[in-house]
Design a protein around this ligand. Structure first.
Ligand SMILES: Cc1cc2nc3c(=O)[nH]c(=O)nc-3n(C[C@H](O)[C@H](O)[C@H](O)COP(=O)(O)OP(=O)(O)OC[C@H]3O[C@@H](n4cnc5c(N)ncnc54)[C@H](O)[C@@H]3O)c2cc1C
Length: 494
């Protein structure tokens, strides 16, 4: 049966966010009709593609920017929230694997130890304190710490090879870390949706405009990029999961909640190792400390990846500036996004973030020799001939109004929704895909509060996510139960 011409739900964009929301909604309310529109000819072709992101299952095991030091104190609140959210994602994926909705967990998730590696006395002291604080919390149990070169050589031989023995270094290691192919996961989720009654996925279809009708429904204009034909359709609920393309659509929706938002694009590049002997010698995701002025998402890391069954080694990201909001976007994206209602917050955020602008300009102007230098801080013996530069995905950081600063630049994600819950957009990028399930649960709370309160939805949510509604950091027994279950189903190490 083909879906109604006025589907219950329209999802714009076929990335991990729309895929997650689509599966959640269909599990909660199987009779819903859903149409997904994607401007590219493939699913997960933008940020969710494996080569466009770092594939880190962000659980705050290794990312030092989630545990900032302020006035000598290390704050771990954000790390706890992210670690909990990642467990929620693992629970949902385990449910889907167990139910047979997503086959073979190894096609999208692998155990890869998460490590932080620092050098210099102050950084070593910070890392030691961080490990002691985190290890006391059950979410981070098992986090090892060492300053011993012999131990570090075992953990990360390549990073220690050729290193100055007088340099003070330290590392932490979490065996429970993961590498995720979000592209493969997105395709599996959308593949599962496509098999169900009432779901249609339209590739090469771009949503061009959307307006609210007097009866509260949304009226969308969609262009078939292959035939040039235009289609108009109505729906009661729209999710703008268009990644970098979300901001322009949110502006077009004209909802008051979307006013004043702006976007600041940050592009990325990786060095990808092309020497299989080097790739084989490394088995961890090793995160360092961001340099001064660097945005949190450009913390350098050396990543073992497993993409389509093949091991790879990536270093980066090297940040850069581009006016495009999508990798496959237009150079006019940024200028076209500047409107009367967001120009003040955008200018204010720009002035407040001059060190970031300088950092991005320096990054863009980096020579291959300077890039090699950054790599050699991790791999002292690295040679340029073993690496090649690849373009990563595009992120659009959120700029929003702020009573004190007029406008601020944010590095997280932000769900923006209309008061009546008929439309929601996801802006921002980090920690992004890893916490997609928690982000979409927040969206359900905002947009479907009545349905969410029903016993049917509550029971189903607890079936899919056994820890739903509870804080894993405060419940060690529950954490142990859900971790044991999800690690077993996803075939992960403890
Ligand atoms: C360099 C980099 C490294 C990252 N590393 C990590 C990491 O290690 N771990 C992690 O968890 N997250 C990471 N992220 C973030 C993560 O990739 C994103 O949070 C996630 O992929 C966003 O998914 P999405 O579905 O919102 O967007 P996307 O995957 O970008 O999907 C949006 C889709 O919408 C489509 N679209 C846009 N406009 C329209 C339109 N008008 N009509 C129809 N379709 C449209 C696009 O073509 C695209 O396919 C990283 C991101 C980048 C860029």
């Amino acid at each position: 049966m083909s879906p109604k011409s006025a589907p219950d739900i329209v999802l714009i964009g076929a990335g991990i966010m729309s895929a997650t929301l689509g599966v959640l909604l269909k599990e909660l309310q199987p009779e819903l009709t859903i149409e997904i529109f994607e401007r590219l000819d493939i699913i997960a072709g933008e940020s969710s593609d494996a080569w466009n992101n770092a594939g880190t299952g962000h659980s705050a095991f290794c990312e030092l920017n989630y545990t900032p030091e302020k006035n000598g104190n290390i704050e771990i609140g954000k790390a706890i929230k992210i670690a909990e959210s990642f467990e929620v994602s693992k629970e949902f994926w385990s449910f889907l694997v167990q139910e047979g909705c997503v086959k073979s967990p190894e096609t999208f998730i692998q155990s890869v130890p998460h490590m932080s590696f620092v050098w210099g006395e102050n950084n070593v002291q910070y890392l030691k304190k961080r490990q002691q604080l985190l290890e006391a919390n059950n979410l981070f149990k098992g986090m090892e710490y060492s300053e011993d070169p012999a131990v570090l050589k075992q953990w990360i031989p390549l990073v220690m090879e050729g290193r100055d023995a007088s340099e003070k270094v330290a590392a932490t290691r979490m065996e429970a870390g993961t590498d995720i192919n979000f592209g493969a996961l997105t395709r599996a989720l959308i593949g599962h949706l496509q098999k169900q009654e009432g779901v249609q996925v339209h590739l090469k279809h771009e949503v061009r405009d959307l307006d609210r009708e007097e009866d509260g429904r949304w009226y969308l204009k969609v262009k078939n990029l292959e035939t040039g034909k235009k289609r108009k359709l109505h729906t009661r609920f729209v999710f703008i999961g268009a990644g970098g393309g979300s901001l322009p659509l949110l502006v077009k929706s004209d909802i008051p909640e979307g006013k004043g938002f702006g976007g600041f694009p940050v592009s990325g590049q990786w060095l990808v190792c092309k020497n299989p002997a080097i790739v084989e010698k490394h088995a961890a995701k090793v995160y360092g400390k961001a340099s001064v002025g660097a945005p949190p998402m450009s913390v350098p890391h050396l990543d073992t990846r497993v993409i389509d069954g093949k091991k790879a080694l990536l270093f980066g990201p090297y940040a850069g500036f581009s006016t495009k909001f999508l990798k496959n976007g237009s150079w006019l994206d940024l200028p076209k996004s500047i409107k009367f209602n967001n120009i003040r917050p955008m200018l204010a955020a720009g002035l407040d973030n001059l060190p970031l602008t300088k950092y991005l300009i320096d990054q863009v102007r980096q020579s291959p020799e300077e890039r090699l230098e950054a790599l050699q801080a991790f791999l002292p013996e690295a040679k340029m001939e073993d690496w090649e530069l690849e373009v990563a995905g595009q992120r659009v950081q959120v700029i929003k109004k702020d009573p004190e600063h007029v406008g601020i630049l944010e590095f997280g994600t932000e769900v923006v929704s209309a008061a009546d819950g008929s439309i929601a957009a996801l802006l921002g990028a980090s920690p992004g895909a890893s916490t997609a399930v928690s982000i979409m649960l927040e969206l359900l709370e905002r947009c479907f509060p009545k349905m969410l309160a029903t016993p049917a939805w509550q029971n189903k949510l607890r079936q899919m996510i056994p820890s739903y509604g509870q804080k894993l950091a405060e419940n060690p027994t529950l954490l142990e139960q859900v971790r044991t279950w999800s690690n077993a189903v996803l075939q992960l190490k403890k």
